[in-house]
Design a protein around this ligand. Structure first.
Ligand code: HEC
Length: 137
């Protein structure tokens, strides 16, 4: 991306996120705010397609994100080690998701370490969250 289009596209993303916040303020302000924070930190456009790809692929370790959460974020998953049910990650069907930034950060850190052996970047978190926010109830 060249020097002019990058800030411009970033502004478009932030603008879109702001509209999103207004539309969903009733129950999902926090996920959209979190997304816009990750997006501005990454300095690039979030891509839900990339988020889906990251979530459903392995990254050099035994598990993918989908190993525990399932590949369909509107459905519950099952912990790959303990077999415990994990409620859906999509905010559209689970209003508690991404409403507590500290909790989201804690699990991103822990789970990205399990799956990729490192923390996820702001861009990867933005991509994943953009994907999770695409789902409708
Ligand atoms: C070994 C099983 C496992 C794997 C693999 C896993 N998770 Fe999780 N994840 C959990 C558990 C357990 C929780 C906490 C319980 C809950 O929130 O329902 C959780 C919670 C989360 C949360 C918290 C969401 C919120 O409520 O704010 C996020 C974000 C998350 N996971 C993302 C990921 C991502 C991204 C990956 C892949 C890099 C991943 N997880 C891989 C088990 C896993």
């Amino acid at each position: 991306m060249n020097l002019i289009s990058k800030p411009l596209s970033l502004a478009i993303v932030i603008g879109a996120a702001a509209i999103f916040i207004n539309m969903r303020a009733a129950y999902a302000a926090a996920p959209a705010e979190l997304l816009s924070g990750y997006t501005s930190r990454s300095g690039t456009l979030a891509s839900s397609a990339r988020g889906r790809e990251f979530f459903t692929s392995k990254h050099g370790h035994e598990w993918s994100c989908a190993s525990c959460h399932g590949a369909v974020p509107t459905q519950s998953g099952e912990h790959a080690a303990t077999g415990k049910t994990i409620l859906p990650l999509a905010p559209a069907v689970n209003a508690e998701r991404f409403t507590d930034a500290a909790k989201s950060e804690k699990w991103f850190r822990r789970n990205c370490n399990d799956v990729a052996g490192r923390e996820c970047t702001a861009a990867e978190k933005a991509d994943i969250l953009a994907w999770l926010l695409m789902f409708k109830p």
